[in-house]
Design a protein around this ligand. Structure first.
Ligand SMILES: *Cc1c(COP(=O)(O)O)cnc(C)c1O
Length: 386
């Protein structure tokens, strides 16, 4: 396979790839170079929200591509404005900053939180609490935010001003707030890379309480959980909280690179001219695609997401080789009796693509995966693990 040898020769060796080259796809089906068909339950890590090459999305993207592909943020532009309006109307957030990735969306949130605290309380209130086992990105600052030492080593020193508490440990959280000058608490409502682990409702309520009382900002990293993935437009909506900042990326663009940082009442005007920017941020083509994606995530679709989620959980629970099913909506993880790499390999051989999160199998199917394909894929997973 020429792609494989050239990849190994010319692409920086940062990725342990599966031995599969997806040449094309349609909806929830992917095809390798031999034309073998796969049901894709990975969606490029929760990116292809409506699967591969969705017709409506292609229409929106190509129409914009033929009008104007980029203007820079020196000029007004329609697609990013329309997308920001749509996001604000659907969430109640006030303003949006667009970037190109999850890490950048988080960088923006971190800068805004530091500036909010500096403006209000003074420059020594810069520390941000994040959770152990979290994942917030690969830049030096978002690595610092990531509460996993394995990602840190070899890249020290990282950006100063982060401290880590164990997820769902209220005592540790209270202690961290007492002993540091805190600007913000940043968390994934469902830890994705950490193993698809949802936070406890009580713990999230506690974060909200403390944040309110101490005027500490709540930053929800919804890079993976956002855009319908957990059965609500954003996962915080499952928890009855109102974060001050929400970051998202992955699924928002339906396959094109786009990051967004949403600002609520308190934080809407923290960033002022010259304090932040991005050359590609809010790219018209990416935003036109995202308008299509976000406008299609309605109650009917979300209801289907919940039904499909319940179906997967119910079916996999019957399987002897599967345990500890966690997650929300169409972001699910589970442990397997068999080694997870072996499970992924066997599923692939039987025409189903699943991915990993730590020691777990992770499922992130397209939000509109047809029932018939979902049922077939679940049968394969059950067969492999029975
Ligand atoms: C994927 C992910 C990121 C990083 O996003 P990139 O687009 O790879 O920079 C950050 N936070 C969470 C929760 C993620 O899942």
């Amino acid at each position: 396979m020429c792609v494989k040898t050239n990849d190994e020769k010319y692409i920086a060796s940062t990725y342990a790839r599966f031995p599969l080259f997806i040449e094309k796809g349609k909806g929830s089906l992917a095809y390798d170079e031999d034309g073998k068909e796969y049901i894709d339950l990975g969606t490029g890590i929760a990116v292809n929200t409506f699967g591969y090459c969705d017709e409506e999305w292609i229409g929106a993207v190509t129409a914009q591509l033929s009008a104007v592909q980029h203007t820079s943020n020196l000029f007004y532009s329609a697609p990013d404005t329309e997308l920001a309006k749509l996001l604000c109307e659907k969430t109640g957030f006030k303003k949006v900053f667009f970037s190109n990735s999850g890490a950048e969306a988080n960088e923006c949130a971190i800068k805004a939180a530091r500036k909010y605290a500096a403006d209000k309380k003074g420059g020594d209130y810069y520390t941000i609490i994040t959770l152990k086992n979290s994942f917030h990105g690969r830049t030096v600052t978002t690595l610092a935010a990531t509460g996993q030492d394995t990602f840190h080593k070899d890249f020290l020193p990282l950006t100063d001003g982060f401290c880590y508490v164990e997820a769902n440990n209220t005592e540790e959280l209270e202690k961290a707030v007492k002993t540091n000058k805190i600007a913000a608490i940043m968390f994934e409502l469902v830890q994705g890379e950490g193993g698809v682990i949802p936070l406890d409702k009580e713990f999230v309520q506690k974060i909200a309480q403390i944040a309110q009382k101490e005027d500490i900002l709540m930053i929800a990293d919804e890079v993976q959980t956002g855009n319908g993935r957990t059965g609500k437009l954003y996962a915080y909506m499952n928890y009855g909280i109102n974060p001050d900042i929400v970051t998202t990326a992955k699924g928002i663009g339906g396959g094109l690179p786009l990051g967004a940082t949403l600002f609520g009442e308190k934080t809407a005007n923290v960033l002022t001219p010259g304090t932040h920017g991005s050359t590609f941020g809010g790219n018209p083509v990416c935003c036109a695609g995202a308008v299509n994606i976000i406008s299609r995530i309605d109650d009917k679709l979300l209801d289907e997401v919940a039904k499909k989620s319940n179906y997967i959980i119910e079916e996999l629970s019957k399987c002897k080789g599967i345990s500890n099913i966690t997650g929300m909506g169409l972001m699910l993880g589970f442990n397997t009796l068999k080694d997870s790499s072996e499970v992924i390999k066997e599923c692939r051989e039987k025409g189903v693509i699943v991915i990993k999160a730590k020691d777990k199998i992770r499922l992130l199917p397209a939000l509109n995966i047809p029932w018939e394909l979902l049922k077939r894929a679940v049968e394969v997973i059950k067969t492999v693990n029975s």
